[in-house]
Design a protein around this ligand. Structure first.
Ligand code: HSE
Length: 435
């Protein structure tokens, strides 16, 4: 059978890894697909990379991405440039030219997936994006196919390796936030703009994709509540540990009677949970299905070859499906496009969770009574309370609450911050049992 010819856009960390894996494992891949997959055309600003990576010198290389997108020889375009533009224009042009597309670009899918999938459907081509979420973990395949018999009750994922690396190093080695971030950047894990990692934007891109796959809803990155890890202090990390919890930066999607929770924020989870022990740059996604119960997916969420593993798996999938009727393929967002439902995404004030509060107060009588009254007035039930000295005059009050609606907690925090004895802002971390 004729080989499948692929064109690569981008030969950076993931592009380089993909070309190398395709070349190294060519024989095994051909046995799986039933025909060879050949990298035939590469667009890269640094033409020397082809040689540097030891790629076949007969591969055509160009500095113009449009040369690849408009190359009639190419069956599948692999977009590994990242970012919104020109990735979006190139992907749409490739689809317009009748080419299938594989991309690792979470920002692109989260922001422009609806338009891209509609265009792909019109042209009868596939857009595959396994590498966009949790790097090498086949979570999209699991959600779209392996769990297709389930109603997904909730999912919770550590889906940003850089953030997880920072929290792990802060906890284990007491290292400073900025120092660990610099190391993640040097290792090639961090986004070009590292605020995407630390402020949760990268995780929100990925969560909005997972949530759509779980509930058959449109991609709604803009409705994802997004809070980063930059306000987490070494003290919070230590307090969590003393209480039997770990702080993880989680993306959570949950179906409720009132709508869907779609939120990214630091979360305290019991240390006995397997996912609480996912450390360093590793990713994990815990999915609760009504039939299967909990399933946990763990692996490398970034890096050249781990991400290439997902990209190549997509190429294999597309190559196997080349001769199938478009209507018989797995739908882009797991549900048939005409069955995508408009279910409300809940505002963060509507979600229900337990809380950890850290409140710095003047060490004087009656303060605790004032505070607990405010919590009680807002229907907040206290699970545990403890006090730690800050200095001679001030103490930190640490409170764990039972589950409460976030709107009630917001009101309570506003009232707490108005107390004369409370110095500074109240720190809060949402607490989830994940059971
Ligand atoms: N910056 C991302 C991370 C890369 O740290 O997880 C993979 O998407």
């Amino acid at each position: 059978m004729k080989p499948v010819k692929v064109g690569l856009l981008g030969l950076g960390t993931v592009g380089g890894g993909t070309a190398v894996v395709l070349q190294r494992n060519a024989e095994e891949i051909a046995r799986r697909v039933g025909r060879s997959i050949i990298v035939d055309h590469i667009a890269t600003l640094d033409l020397g990379r082809v040689d540097e990576l030891g790629l076949n010198p007969s591969i055509r290389a160009t500095q113009q991405a449009s040369d690849v997108v408009n190359d009639p020889e190419i069956d599948i375009v692999i977009e590994l440039i990242g970012g919104y533009s020109p990735a979006k224009e190139l992907v749409l042009e490739a689809i317009e030219n009748g080419k299938h597309v594989v991309t690792a670009n979470k920002a692109l899918i989260a922001m422009h997936g609806t338009e891209i999938f509609a265009k792909a459907q019109e042209k009868g081509v596939i857009v595959a994006f396994e590498a966009a979420v949790a790097g090498g973990i086949p979570i999209i395949k699991a959600m779209r196919e392996g769990l297709a018999g389930n109603q997904i009750e909730w999912l919770a994922g550590i889906i940003n390796g850089t953030g997880n690396f920072i929290l792990t190093e802060m906890r284990d080695k007491g290292r400073a936030f900025d120092d660990v971030l610099a190391e993640a950047q040097a290792l090639g894990y961090a986004e070009a703009d590292p605020t995407f990692d630390v402020e949760g934007i990268d995780a929100a891109h990925k969560l909005s994709i997972l949530s759509s796959l779980a509930y058959g809803i449109p991609l709604q990155f803009e409705k994802t509540y997004t809070e980063g890890i930059s306000k987490i202090t070494a003290e919070d990390v230590e307090n969590a540990s003393e209480l039997g919890y770990r702080i993880k930066h989680l993306g959570i999607a949950r179906r409720t009677d009132r709508g869907i929770e779609q939120r990214v924020h630091p979360t305290m989870i019991p240390e006995k949970q397997l996912i609480a022990n996912v450390d360093g740059v590793m990713n994990a996604v815990l999915v609760q299905g009504d039939a299967v119960g909990p399933t946990l997916y763990y692996g490398a969420g970034a890096g050249d070859e781990p991400t290439a593993s997902a990209v190549v798996a997509d190429i294999v999938d597309v190559a196997r499906a080349l001769t199938s009727e478009p209507d018989n393929r797995v739908p882009h967002l797991a549900f048939q496009s005409e069955a995508i439902a408009d279910i409300a995404i809940l505002d963060i004030s509507e979600i229900e969770t337990a809380f950890y509060l850290r409140i710095c107060v003047q060490d004087q009588s009656g303060v605790l009574a004032d505070m607990t009254k405010i919590l009680a007035d807002n229907g907040i039930n206290i699970e545990a309370i403890t006090q730690k000295d800050v200095n001679q005059n001030q103490v930190n009050i640490i409170i764990l609450t039972h589950v409460v609606r976030e709107g009630n907690m917001n009101q309570a925090i506003t009232s707490l911050e108005q107390l004369e004895a409370v110095t500074g802002e109240v720190s809060r971390i949402r607490v989830e049992s994940l059971s």
